[in-house]
Design a protein. Sequence first.
Lengths: 236, 305
Amino acid sequence: MPLLEVNDLSAGYGRVEIISDVSFSSDEKEILVVVGPNGSGKSTLLKALFGLCSVFNGEVLFRGENLTRSPPYKRSAKGMAYLPQVNNVFEGLTVQENLALAVHDMAQEELKDKLEDVLSFLPELRGLMQKKVRTLSGGERQMVALAMNLLRNPSLVMLDEPTTALAPRLASQVLKKAVALRDERGISVLLVEQNARAALEIGDKALLMVSGRIRFLGDAQDLLKDKELAKVYLGL
Amino acid sequence: MIDVFVGALVYSNLLALLAVGLSMALLTCRVSNFAHGDFATVGVYAAHTASVLLGISPYACIPIAFIAGGSVSLIAFLLVFEPLRGKAELVTLMVVSMAVDMVIRYTLHVYADLAQRSLGVYTRQFMFRDFHFQVAGYTLPGVLIASVCTVLALLITLYFLLYRTSLGVAMRAAIENPSLAEALGVNVKKVFAVSWFLSGALAATAGVFLPFRIQVTPDTGWSLLLSMFASVTVGGLGSLGGSIVGAYVIGFSETLFSYVLSSIGLSTAYRPAVSFAAIIATLLLSPRGLTGFLSNGKRWFKWRS
Ligand SMILES: Nc1ncnc2c1ncn2[C@@H]1O[C@H](COP(=O)(O)OP(=O)(O)O)[C@@H](O)[C@H]1O
Ligand SMILES: [Mg+2]
């Protein structure tokens, strides 16, 4: 059984349909890269998978369970995690409070170990615990956002353009974290990226969105090699 | 003069409880809630009814009023404001809250008539009888000490709830960014439901103290709306601490102003002018209220040093 299965999904905002008839699946321990031009509906797809916009048709199955109509907090409890493209941390809270929020519904006993575990994966955060997130840099904020999601024991992490607005060195660091998520933690990653080449190089599967529909679905390497698609839609 | 001070302090205490709740409605659902005053009136009638039926002091009925006001507020949230949250515009929400106000207020009017007949007591223009105590030669009303203690206890509890518990972190997070909080496993609807219960409960508690100072009717809470909005505006929209400070500024200014008016022989009907003037002055001089003014001041100070 695939970890995530999406069948004929149509979704959008209000009554406006943005993505149409999207079907794909993703397995455990897999990086699925979602690429496509600006405005093609990549962010909308992630929101639809997480119950944060209107779904008109189709279904979302996670570990075989139909979550299409579940509120986001239930999906989170089932093991899905989602890092929005913008506003993915609570600016008014400290780093510590942000992390505390992520575990607010969990048993107290394991928290210390879990926090230690996540900090060993993201050592960048150690010195920042008492700082207000408002004062952090873009890269540090992404780390806080990732830490919050990891604390929730996800088996699927959906990242929406985690490297935009980051310096190239930091961007490659974030992509390395995505690989480490898969290889060290066995977590599946659904990665939306502007930097198509770097993302496809680390990806297992790839999904190309154009105007709200799937234009290509298959092996990440195959999309890189497809001269026409890569040139027209990804500028490679 | 001591009477004026006592009056100002009691009135400010009540405004503080009311303004905090009004801010919570604003923070959670972005609604300028015109029904908020009615939650105080629910407290008035819950305490009045319970005190007559049980034959106990209205002070002892505070818990009953707390629950009654909280429940009415919770119902308004679940039936009206939660379904509209994040979907309706600010003006729509405001107009909807006026409709909610009318439903609650006219229900209270009907209730007052029914209660008058079945309980055999006055339910309009009535007051509660207070006890008095002596301090340093002054005779002070019981409502002074009762309201000071209640306000302190409730606001300190609220502070601990918000800043020392995981529910509080969830509440602050849900206020800042509801969809992100939801994505991180927070049941935002539940957290906001708790906020709305508290908001109505605090208002109803304030309501219990009203009949110790003034004659009340089913419109009394509604008539305090202007002062509440003034407190929240002066304190800085979106800041709970600010609205508490704002409540004391407005409470004392209003009381002193009407004292001055009556001592120079003018009608105290001009009293609301204070709130209007405070709202206008705040919006002109420092739109983010005292909170904004202070944080600007801090920045200015840092920049200088
Ligand atoms: N909150 C929203 N309300 C209405 N339309 C939106 C909203 N967010 C995005 N859109 C529209 O949906 C389309 C797809 O946007 P998006 O999913 O953000 O694309 P991408 O992430 O691929 O750049 C765009 O045309 C955009 O204008
Ligand atoms: Mg996007």
